[in-house]
Each structure stands twice: as structure tokens, then as C-alpha cells.
Design a protein. Structure first.
Length: 268
């Protein structure tokens, strides 16, 4: 009798619908895409010594055959507007633009918001204590994360004087650059302690404007960590939970290149 009751119980349990944990929402089907790129135009901001973006119209008219045909030529420096710094930019023998593994250009991202500090000090640099404070509020930055630094500087785009700290070009302009960046200790911490995939910032450089030795470039790019500069609209990303896709023009042997960077964020 007991055996029969036990078998009946097992049969009843097997026939019951299994309760499964609720699945998290699929970010690809439910998330929202955010464009983190400034457009390229005559207003695009470049380093004072770089060749700016130029677009030459080749055709914008109807052909004798009756159809409309548009085509342009463009020329530009690798490093200007929203762009990629390939590791070889500051580290001999490291990845060129075309050699960067795709998995370093896509992945989950965190946003470290430093707008208050940057507004108070144009020379502010993200340091390790600020990163540790961020982690106390949001949790440890997982290894293999893309770290995006928000200073609020993209709100100044395309006002060159406010964004760069100067409207001058050439060496005179370089001497007057002023904007926030990332300090060398933080760069080393991100590369070695958190093994980040890539680092991005909404200013012209991961080094602060007054840098003359570019230590942050040397450290991050020396660890084969690519950098994204002049990133836009980081205010539209949450501190955690976004997924970033950052694909540059694939220039063989390049030290960088124009970048189309977008993020998929969870819907509210």
C-alpha cells in the first residue's frame, strides 16, 4: 500500500507543470539603441595639429538617363571626431586598427559619471579612489568590461573653443588645450586589476588636455586596450547594463580611425 501511494505521488509530480524561474528580458528584443557618435562634418572637432574632415561633392544630380545619383569624396585624419585609438598609436608592436579582436570592441559596459568633478575643474582626472567609490555604489567592475567615462564635455560640442579649451590650431592650440581625462594610476588599475576590454571618454583624449607625456595612452594602449575618444550622449546610458558595439573603419595598418559606436540599453 505504501509503495503504491509513493508511485502515485511520483506520477502526480511528474505530470504537474514544472515551475521554472522567470527569464530575464531579452535585451536585443526589448532594449533601446543609443547612438554614441558625433557626426562627421565641417563642424567636427579635431586635434589642433590634425587635418580636419573635408567632404567634396562629386555628384548630386539627375543623370542623362533620368535617375538621381549622389557621390562624394572625403578626407580626414584618423584621430578626430568620434574615433578609435588603436594600441599601436602609442605602443610599438601592439594591435593596429585592423588587428584589434572584435570581442574587444563589443561587450557589456559601465559608465563612470564625473560631470560634477569636471565642471568644477577642467583639469580633473579620473583616479583610483573615484573608481573605488563607483564600485561601492554599483558593484565591482567585472573583468572584460568596456569602461566609459562621462565628464559632460560632449554637451560643449561643436563649440571648439569650449570643447578643446582653445580655438587655435597648430602648436599654439596644443599648448592651450584644457579638458578632463584619466590619470595614469587609474589607467594602470583598469588594465591590470579589472582587465578591461576598452576604455572610452567624451573628451578629445583619454589623457587630460594639459598632458605632455600621454602616460594614460602609453599604459592602456601598451596593454592592447583600445580607446574611444569624443564619445557622445553618455548621459543616455545607465551606470550598468548597457551593451556597446564600437566598430571603426577597418584601416589596414591604421593607428586609429573614425568610429561608429552605439549602445543597447534596457528599456525603462
Amino acid at each position: 500500500m505504501y509503495r503504491r501511494s509513493f508511485v502515485m505521488l511520483l506520477t502526480a509530480l511528474a505530470c504537474r507543470p514544472q515551475e521554472r524561474p522567470a527569464r530575464p528580458p531579452d535585451l536585443l528584443s526589448s532594449g533601446t539603441w543609443v547612438d554614441l557618435s558625433h557626426e562627421f562634418s565641417s563642424e567636427t572637432i579635431y586635434w589642433p595639429t590634425a587635418t580636419p574632415f573635408d567632404l567634396e561633392v562629386v555628384s548630386a544630380q539627375r543623370t542623362p538617363a533620368g535617375f538621381y545619383y549622389a557621390a562624394n569624396d572625403f578626407s580626414t585624419s584618423e584621430h578626430g571626431g568620434t574615433h578609435l585609438d588603436a594600441p599601436i598609436h602609442f605602443a610599438e608592436g601592439k594591435h593596429t586598427t585592423d588587428q584589434i579582436p572584435l570581442d574587444r570592441l563589443v561587450g557589456t559596459a559601465v559608465v563612470v559619471d564625473l560631470t560634477a568633478q569636471a565642471n568644477a575643474d577642467a583639469d580633473y582626472r579620473l583616479d583610483v579612489p573615484a573608481l573605488e567609490e563607483w564600485e561601492r555604489a554599483h558593484g565591482r567592475i567585472p573583468d572584460g568590461t568596456i569602461v566609459l567615462v562621462r565628464t559632460g564635455w560632449s554637451d560643449r560640442w561643436p563649440d571648439k573653443a569650449r570643447y578643446l579649451g582653445t580655438a587655435k590650431t597648430g602648436a599654439a592650440g596644443v599648448a592651450e588645450l584644457r579638458f578632463p581625462g584619466i590619470d595614469s594610476a587609474a589607467a594602470r588599475w583598469l588594465a591590470s586589476e579589472r582587465k578591461v576590454k576598452a576604455v572610452g571618454i567624451d573628451t578629445p583624449s583619454i589623457d587630460y588636455g594639459r598632458s605632455t607625456t600621454f602616460d594614460t595612452h602609453q599604459i592602456l594602449l601598451g596593454a592592447n586596450v583600445p580607446a574611444f575618444e569624443n564619445v557622445a550622449h553618455l548621459d543616455r546610458l545607465p551606470p550598468t547594463g548597457a551593451y556597446v558595439v564600437a566598430l571603426p573603419m577597418k584601416i589596414k595598418g591604421g593607428s586609429g580611425g573614425p568610429l561608429r559606436i552605439v549602445a543597447l540599453v534596457p528599456s525603462p
